[in-house]
Ligand binder design. Structure first.
Ligand code: PMP
Length: 329
């Protein structure tokens, strides 16, 4: 089969058994390789879906200018998809953007607007949103994708990974373990799979320092997972429990994935691996755990896989009390 263009290659990612990392007999751990999407991450799915849904609804047309506040995977995915759709794209970023992502965005042809002023919370989130709002007023026919509130974000995962999982395995899924930020993946995949497996436990993975599930805001280093505000898309009552991991535990998870499975994955993949390690003792025999590995490790060589960075987060981990698992429902 020949794809019409690169955005046709989004999705249909393989499902891999992590049996070397989790060798316990009687429990299988499966991982969906979202890092194998053409833009390098799970965010290729919502980027394509949100744009195509907008085009179908008429809110996006051939003269539209797409805007989003993102310095990470969604920005890269939108830059790639907008290029193919012939739409200009502006990413609103802040000084915390990694040099690699900045270079990639430029190569994909995105316009970059970088905010420099911190907001009242000592972060950049509010300044970024204000900048998006100003751009919407000044750029004619501009459209804000708004991944934190756009329901086509979670729908992309409902109709994407979740449908594929149902086709790829005839096993019942007993535990779904997903790292959350906008919570689009968590909401979309869990809603679809629960239709088939009503007893399935939905377990969110959050990073220490994120406020998604009521955690206290504190410094955190790994991009992609966690949030500094609660997204409109999140329905916490649909989540059975939350497992917190910190930057160090996530980095350890990444290293284990690499050493034992030969998978070079991004930081949030390590967060999920580490969370599964915490969960496993509570799982009875005969059960199946499913997780997703959202992006590739190459973007993290100067972060998660850098020895100085690793020493810094290890120090922070041992300076703080270990995080506790918090039950929500
Ligand atoms: N992991 C990585 C690497 C990501 O880029 C994202 C998206 N920010 C997530 C996990 C979380 O996905 P979602 O926004 O759908 O909650």
């Amino acid at each position: 089969m020949i794809c019409k263009n690169i955005t046709d290659c989004v999705g249909n990612t393989p499902l891999v058994s992590l049996s070397r990392l989790f060798p316990r007999e009687g429990v299988s751990v499966l991982a969906k390789m979202e890092m194998m999407n053409p833009g390098g991450s799970i965010k290729d799915r919502p980027a394509k879906y949100m744009l195509e849904a907008g085009i179908q609804a008429g809110t996006i047309n051939s003269g539209s200018h797409i805007i989003e506040s993102s310095s990470g995977n969604l920005a890269i995915a939108l830059a790639m998809t907008c290029k193919l759709k012939g739409l200009p794209f502006t990413a609103v970023v802040d000084p915390k953007i990694s040099p690699t992502n900045l270079k990639m965005l430029r190569l994909y042809g995105a316009n970059i607007v970088s905010v420099t002023e911190k907001d009242q919370n000592d972060g950049y989130l509010l300044t970024r949103i204000n900048t998006v709002k100003q751009l919407l007023l000044s750029i004619p026919n501009s459209v804000w994708v708004n991944q934190y509130a756009n329901p086509d974000n979670w729908r992309s995962h409902y109709h994407g990974e979740a449908d594929e999982i149902l086709r790829q395995t005839d096993r019942d899924i007993d535990y779904l373990v997903i790292g959350a930020s906008t919570s689009g993946t968590l909401m979309g995949v869990s809603r679809r799979l629960r239709e088939h497996f009503p007893a399935m436990k939905v377990i969110a993975v959050d990073i220490v320092g994120s406020v998604l599930f009521g955690g206290k805001s504190s410094p955190r280093e790994i991009p992609g997972i966690g949030a500094s505000r609660v997204p409109e898309l999140l329905s916490p009552e649909e989540v059975d429990s939350v497992i917190y991991v910190d930057d160090y535990e996530s980095a350890l998870g990444c290293r284990e994935l690499l050493v034992k499975e030969g998978i070079l994955a991004g930081g949030s993949s390590g967060s999920s691996v580490s969370a599964i390690g915490k969960l496993l003792p509570d799982i009875p025999d005969g059960k199946c755990v499913l997780t997703l590995l959202p992006d590739r490790g190459e973007r993290y060589l100067d972060l998660v896989y850098d020895e100085d960075w690793f020493d810094m987060v290890r120090q922070r981990h041992f300076d703080n009390t270990p995080p506790l698992q918090r039950k929500i429902a």
